[in-house]
Design a protein around this ligand. Structure first.
Ligand code: SF4
Length: 370
């Protein structure tokens, strides 16, 4: 029987995101590691490798497919209530001990994280998404940047079918990968995990490529939302949160910031769970530093009005939510506050089309690779 790594090695195609260096090595541009790869070498992500002077990349499978409310991604300023057909491949370029998707993200690195790949095609994925009435197709669960060629192939089909497309990403990008994605990706969620380079190095990355990615995403006019998982003792000091939220506000005060509660998971079992009071205090810091749209996540019904969208000018409540559920929607057909007429930053439909599902559900029709 083949190992998982052997199965994945045969589900590949030549990538687009690489150049050949003068000494013959290949430079991968899919993520901020920018690995230089000699013949036979595998990247930090463990899914892209140099074989015979060509960079081979993951192709033709998914590690997981699920339908989520778009609020779960989370996007709060893009098509509220929409169903987000979500797929991932396997592998990641970071190795966060608290990862909540570790079964797919750490599939090759960690023997405890085993999930069988499912063979599929872009056309099959899009057909299934349309059948289930999804409005948005999302690359998520593992780090989508490292499997960008596959995501773009899927998104080309999705665009032809009239769907919106999205990345849920750690933001460890490069100028090359963002230019490559720009025609095909509409919405982009970045996990800004810390504002301390030493913390990022513990997770296997660096802070600067993430900050560069956020600036570029905004300049390239992707719709951007940012999430920070608040981990007691790791990234929750007032000073770090002040620097983090000032940075976001400096890029744009209209970027929604989701500060979400940590719960013990994977290998990070030491810190206590984040309380509602900690989320409220972090939100206050974000507000003091100029952010206009702040949300508290993972504690439904316990964070005052920090699940709702309010007008930044007159404070009218525009969307009421509890958890992933939309309770009320009052944004006008041209994306404005009905009370004062201020434009609400985001991507809005002409009208609220109801919520297809307020809970995730699994998609089980796809065929398994042997
Ligand atoms: S995706 Fe990132 S980690 Fe993987 S080979 Fe490319 S640069 Fe290296």
């Amino acid at each position: 029987m083949s190992t998982l790594a052997e199965v994945l090695a045969t589900n590949t195609r030549e990538g687009d995101l690489y150049t050949t260096l003068p000494d013959g090595r290949l430079r991968c541009h899919a993520c901020g590691h920018c690995c230089p790869l000699p013949e036979g070498a595998v990247g930090v992500c463990q899914v892209r490798f140099n074989r015979g002077g060509r960079l081979l990349v993951p192709w033709g499978y998914v590690g997981g497919v699920q339908c989520d409310p778009i609020e779960k991604k989370p996007f709060f300023h893009a098509y509220p209530g929409a169903l987000a057909f979500s797929f991932g491949m396997l592998g990641c370029d970071l190795h966060c001990g608290y990862c909540q998707n570790w079964v797919t993200s750490q599939a090759i690195r960690d023997p405890a994280a085993v999930v069988p790949p499912t063979g599929t095609s872009p056309a099959d994925l899009v057909r299934e998404a349309v059948r289930l009435r999804a409005r948005v197709l999302v690359s998520t669960y593992n780090e989508p940047l490292i499997t960008s060629e596959w995501a773009v192939a899927v998104f080309k089909e999705a665009k032809a079918a009239g769907l919106v497309t999205a990345y849920v990403s750690n933001g460890n990008g490069t100028p090359e990968v963002l230019e490559y994605l720009r025609p095909w990706v509409d919405l982009y969620k970045v996990d800004l995990k810390s504002f301390d380079d030493r913390h990022y190095r513990q997770l296997g990355g660096r802070l600067n490529p993430i900050l560069d990615t956020i600036r570029r995403l905004e300049a390239l006019d992707f719709w951007v939302e940012i999430v920070t998982l608040l981990i007691p003792g790791f990234n929750d000091s007032a000073d770090e949160l002040a620097r983090l939220t000032s940075f976001i506000a400096g890029v744009s005060p209209d970027i929604p910031w989701h500060v979400t509660a940590f719960h013990r998971d994977y290998k990070m079992t030491a810190p206590a769970d984040t309380t509602s009071d900690m989320l409220l205090a972090a939100a206050e810091i974000g507000r003091a530093n100029g952010l206009r749209h702040i949300y508290a996540g993972n504690r439904p019904g316990q964070v005052e009005d920090l699940e709702d969208t309010r007008c930044a000018s007159c404070q009218t409540t525009l969307i009421s939510r509890v958890g992933y559920r939309v309770l009320d929607y009052r944004i006008s057909s041209d994306g404005r506050c009905p009370t004062c007429g201020t434009f609400v930053p985001g991507r809005w439909s002409d009208r609220f089309e109801g919520q297809v599902a307020s809970r995730p559900f699994v998609v089980s029709r796809l065929q398994v690779v042997h």
